[in-house]
Design a binder for this molecule. Structure first.
Ligand SMILES: Cc1cc2nc3c(=O)[nH]c(=O)nc-3n(C[C@H](O)[C@H](O)[C@H](O)COP(=O)(O)O)c2cc1C
Length: 319
């Protein structure tokens, strides 16, 4: 299966699907599964042993490209400088695009991308030298940078910049991918659907909550603000309700390698495999396409299903 676009040419993959880098969900296994299925897998720099994750993904992908996402409130420049040469794409979110950081990626031989939430931020990312711009609509799961829905935002960004644009937010099926490609995007970035895969690091209870959720079950809020206040994010409404109903100030704890630590009520941290406690009351990030999550499946199946459906729809468009 191949759908050639400016994104696939630039990155060197087969289908124009980028898995979003996601704290709590992006494991090396997930990134490798997506990349090996022909998309672009992404690691997150916000959690875990990032150099070890990169080496694991390199070993599992045998030369296929994958990328690394930095969430700027938790940015570590020394880490960027240490690892940029090991990944195909470096990407940032939640700060004014910075030409000096883009130059670090380029000097290391990596592509540079910035996820943005407005036309002006997209222009700033292009001016900073980014090779790709991710336009994130307000339908997106996780932290939401702007206030505009994906289609009007995509329209404005495509009209303002010349570099390939990746569309993000509320895309969970081949229909969504076909729609944004037909509109001129070069790829779709998908988060929520990949949370509910076998390879994702999300807690099983979180994955199951995504399967059970229907369209309309998400809400944009600032409630889960502990450790990162004032940053709007889209979560399952049920998580807000469960957190509000908790009598305890502690939602749970993380018991992985190292010292256990507590997860306060309303903390930004989504539950992962090492989390214990009131999973339903933690930050269950989800986008408006959550109804597309109907089962917990291998990530490769998600890539294949979405790419096959999108390809068929696009063929009918031109037939
Ligand atoms: C669980 C979760 C965690 C996320 N963490 C990050 C992150 O660390 N960095 C980032 O750039 N975006 C993050 N996002 C946002 C994604 O990059 C992307 O914009 C979003 O998932 C797209 O919308 P969708 O979830 O409807 O597909 C996260 C999204 C989710 C669902």
């Amino acid at each position: 299966m191949t759908i050639a676009t400016r994104f696939t040419d630039l990155v060197g993959c087969e289908v124009p699907i980028q898995q979003a880098g996601m704290g709590g969900a992006s494991t090396p296994e997930l990134a490798a599964a997506v990349s090996n299925a022909g998309g672009l897998g992404m690691l997150t720099a916000t959690a875990g042993d990032v150099p070890a994750d990169i080496e694991a993904a390199l070993a599992a992908t045998a030369g296929r490209p994958f990328g690394l996402n930095f969430l700027m409130p938790f940015f570590d420049r020394a880490l960027l400088e240490a690892v940029a040469h090991r990944v195909r794409l470096v990407e940032w979110f939640w700060a004014e695009p910075d030409p000096a950081l883009v130059a670090v990626a380029h000097d290391a031989g990596a592509l540079a991308a910035w996820q943005v939430g407005s036309r002006d931020e997209a222009v700033a990312a292009a001016d900073a030298g980014c090779d790709l711009i991710v336009a994130q609509g307000a339908e997106a799961g996780g932290h939401v940078r702007g206030t505009t829905g994906l289609l009007p935002l995509l329209d404005a960004v495509l009209g303002a910049v010349g570099v390939p644009v990746v569309a993000a937010g509320g895309i969970g099926t081949g229909r969504g991918v076909a729609a944004v490609l037909a509109a001129g995007a070069s790829a779709a970035r998908i988060g929520t659907r990949f949370v509910a895969t076998l390879e994702s690091g999300a807690h099983p209870g979180y994955k199951q909550a995504l399967v059970s959720a229907q369209a309309g079950d998400t809400v944009l809020t600032e409630m889960f603000g502990i450790w990162w206040p004032g940053a709007p994010h889209r979560v399952l409404r049920s998580a807000v309700q469960a957190a509000e109903a908790l009598a305890d100030d502690q939602a749970g704890e993380v018991v992985g390698a190292g010292e256990p630590f507590r997860v306060p009520r309303f903390a930004i941290r989504p539950p992962d495999r090492a989390t214990r406690g009131h999973i339903d009351a933690m930050a269950l990030y989800a986008g408006q396409a959550v109804a597309a999550v109907t089962a917990i499946t291998p990530a490769a199946d998600v890539v294949r299903e979405i790419a096959t459906d999108a390809e068929q729809l696009l063929r009918h468009l031109t037939a």
